[in-house]
Design a protein around this ligand. Sequence first.
Ligand SMILES: Nc1ncnc2c1ncn2[C@@H]1O[C@H](COP(=O)(O)OP(=O)(O)O)[C@@H](O)[C@H]1O
Ligand SMILES: [Mg+2]
Length: 307
Amino acid sequence: MGYGVTTSFEPAFPAGTLIQGKWNNGQYRVERLLGEGANGRVYLVRKGKQHYALKSGFDPHDHQSEVNALKALSRSSSSFQQFMVDSDDFAYEGKDYPFYVMRYIRGKSLTDFLTENGRDWVHLVGLHLLRKLTELHAGGFVFGDLKAENMIISGYGDTELIDFGGLTAKGRSIKQFTEVYDRGFWNAGTRTADEAYDLFSFAVLLLSVTDRQRRLQGFKAILPQNRNVEALIEMLRDNELLAPAAPVLRKALLGQYAGSRQALADWRARSLAKRPVRKKPVSGGWIKVCFAASLLLFGATVYMFWP
Ligand SMILES: Nc1ncnc2c1ncn2[C@@H]1O[C@H](COP(=O)(O)OP(=O)(O)O)[C@@H](O)[C@H]1O
Ligand SMILES: [Mg+2]
């Protein structure tokens, strides 16, 4: 609950461990650790020929609430339906560990993806994210803990949300959030789950992954009473890459969107349409070079044969 801190003294299951579910009898062989957050560790596992991701929670209560959220989510008809495939307990070295099994998503973290492919992909990733959020919101949920660590990017910027530990039914209190992405942290609104809560985090997320000077991290040290959304608006103003999307992000930061559907429509119209066009491929350049060369040659010829 609340701000996440990554500390756990729970043992990690080594590669080769056979995780056998106590109640459903599912058998999963651990291949490697995929990642770790404040609430648990996630392993790449195999069941027969199939790969899955298996999350083992540190706190049984928080883990159960995440499982419940995922169950509720899969009932709301959406692309998240087949996400969780099993949930059970595993006895290991005399102790029970709750776990759940989900679809394994192959890909990269957002920061790695942008470093490798170029930061202007952020506009397309933004579109995918807004689509996902709109879908969750239509099902009555708010994602809650939107941040770079909670998504995986694959292929051509396809974006999948992972970590539904913050998933909250609309109108309830946000269950799990992370400092700078949380509008409460910025004195910019309540921690009640509404669509605008996710849109605020969405805007901070985009600022964060394009924040070259790491200004956002510096804000953690500011006294709570001095944190305000103006600082974020200023960062947005100085951000050239996000300029085409700035009006949308500004509205999101100021809580001026009632819903994500409108934000998505605006994103389509602005961020993607007005993306700075990359320089023309070399072919156009070559024609100019050839033209200049021919002019020079012409000049030289004229000079040489001038009487
Ligand atoms: N379904 C998945 N497929 C691939 N990797 C995953 C999956 N779920 C989680 N991970 C990896 O494990 C990390 C921690 O998982 P996460 O659910 O975010 O834990 P926490 O709730 O503790 O933050 C993620 O940042 C990601 O790298
Ligand atoms: Mg996480």
